[in-house]
Design a protein around this ligand. Structure first.
Ligand code: ADP
Ligand code: ZN
Ligand code: MG
Length: 476
């Protein structure tokens, strides 16, 4: 039997507000445990929550960026459950009336564009963190994170493969980073994902029973966990068993998903409207004011890069996946540089150096104008393309401009014919056998001679002149 997977994601994104959702405490990451708390976020009796307007705006902004309908009227609800990191005994969330509904995101997988529907985006508060340290027989609770604003983005069950799930997450991450509502830092947990997955025989309309894999914080985990879980479910069905609706955990050390608990139903949470919070009404003026703050999104920027700069899709895709990268590119092109050349340098040398140091483009000392300066030196023949590579690395490491490095290190390209001629003669004289073979028809040896000459001139000979001279000498 051939099976196909059906996947729906629930993504939690921590909002980049400075203060928490219902109190004034800071949301800064990594502070001393429990140093960012107050009676509201540690759930003292009698306190009253006050809504963070910025958090609402960020969710609306996200909704607009992913084509949602913004609800004119929405409401907060209490989701009741017990856990030590939840001192109030309930989480403030949204239930039957979320802020945003019915959106979509386009992803491209193997060259084909696919639309993934979004059911809803709602706003809620995060819980604290339980810390289980080593072998001690007690646990600690850190409530710094309690009350931090989170948005939950729920997709329709439109995803069919682990690869599509990862593409969706990447696209969503690019969008929330681009509109600056979430830093997308998965390692720190600012963006995490629960994946719902079921399988069904190909051709069957009804969905199978799903399981939910909780709290994955890397693309690799999402892909591997889904891969494993799909195979596990198919195996169970093939052996005549049935899938139990449950919550599972991904164990990245062992590479398996494990049953955590049977699935709780919505009614288990006894949702009810939070009586301490007024409903949220969004009028058109407010929505339009938020819309006016929207910047160009990754997809349309990509299209523009293709049409405005005549870049291949692949280049445009890579250059627009991060706003900072896209802006760097446009700065470098501005002085009149060839866009494809800028793109090649960025995707090759620059990315390589950044990766080596695990750095982001906006953390590097090299300015786009400096790459433009280097390209000018190549264009006007001051340095060879080969030397340019070392100059580039020098620029990156020292922050100096290209012309200064060329001057200091004496890297000027040699275009003086008589000087190059001497080297050409010398190399041909030293390799008589190769010269004979060349004359007997082995034309690819031209590359060998050129290589020797470049080596002898430490890459400084003008390759165009080298080639001309070689052809002249050899065709005799
Ligand atoms: P629940 O009520 O169990 O929380 P929801 O209907 O709220 O389920 O859906 C939660 C997520 O699971 C959504 O992303 C949805 O697209 C996805 N989903 C729903 N049914 C299935 C299914 N049979 N297989 C895979 N994913 C599903
Ligand atoms: Zn607080
Ligand atoms: Mg649900």
């Amino acid at each position: 039997m051939q099976y196909e997977a059906v996947i729906g994601l629930e993504i939690h994104a921590q909002l980049l507000t400075e203060s928490k959702m219902f109190c004034g405490c800071s949301t800064k990451f990594g502070s001393e445990p429990n140093s960012q708390t107050c009676p509201v976020c540690i759930g003292m009796p009698g306190v009253l929550p006050v809504m963070n307007r910025k958090a609402l705006e960020y969710v609306i902004k996200t909704g607009l960026a992913v084509n949602c309908r913004i609800a004119p009227y929405s409401r907060f609800a209490r989701k009741n459950y017990f856990y030590p990191d939840l001192p109030k005994g309930y989480q403030i969330s949204q239930y039957e009336l979320p802020l945003c509904e019915c959106g979509f995101v386009e992803i491209s997988v193997n060259g084909a564009v696919k639309t993934i529907g979004l059911t809803r985006i709602h706003l809620e508060e995060d819980a604290g963190k339980n810390i289980h340290e080593g072998a001690s027989n007690y646990s600690l609770v850190d409530l710094n994170r309690a009350g931090t604003p989170l948005m939950e983005i729920v997709t329709e069950p439109d995803i069919r493969t682990p690869q599509e799930a990862v593409e969706f997450m990447k696209k969503l991450r690019a969008i929330v980073r681009c509109i600056e509502v979430c830093d997308g830092n998965m390692e720190q947990g600012s963006l995490r994902c629960d994946a719902n997955v079921s399988v069904r025989p190909v051709g069957q309309k009804e969905f199978g029973t799903k399981t939910e894999i909780k709290n994955m914080n890397s693309f690799k985990f999402v892909e591997k966990a889904l891969d494993y879980e799909i195979k596990r479910q198919i195996k169970v069905l093939n052996e005549g068993g049935r899938i139990i609706q449950e919550t599972r955990l991904w164990d990245s050390n062992r590479g398996v998903t494990e049953s955590m608990r049977s699935k709780e139903e919505a009614y288990d949470y006894r949702y009810f409207p939070d009586p301490d919070l007024v409903p949220v009404e969004t009028d058109n003026a407010w929505i339009e004011q938020i819309r006016s703050q929207l910047v160009e999104l990754p997809d349309s920027r990509k299209q523009r890069f293709v049409s405005q700069y005549s870049l291949p899709e692949h280049d445009a895709d890579l250059l627009t996946s991060e706003r900072a990268t896209a802006e760097w590119f446009e700065q470098a092109v501005k002085p009149g540089c060839e866009p494809k050349a800028v793109s090649n340098w960025m995707m090759g040398e620059l990315m390589r150096l950044l990766n080596e140091e695990n750095r982001q483009i906006d953390e590097c000392g090299l300015k786009p104008e400096q790459l433009a300066g280097l390209l000018k030196l190549i264009d006007n023949g001051t340095i060879s393309g080969k030397i340019a590579k070392t100059v580039f690395e020098d620029m990156y490491k020292t922050g100096k401009d290209a012309d200064l490095i060329v001057k200091e290190k004496g890297l000027l390209q040699v275009s003086d014919e008589s000087e190059i001629k001497k080297v050409v003669d010398d190399i041909l004289q030293k390799n008589p056998k190769e010269v004979e073979r060349f004359r007997a028809g082995e034309e690819k040896l031209l590359g060998f001679f050129a290589g020797q000459i470049m080596k002898a001139t430490k890459g400084q000979a003008n390759p165009k002149i080298v080639n001309e001279l070689l052809r002249k000498k050899l065709s005799l």
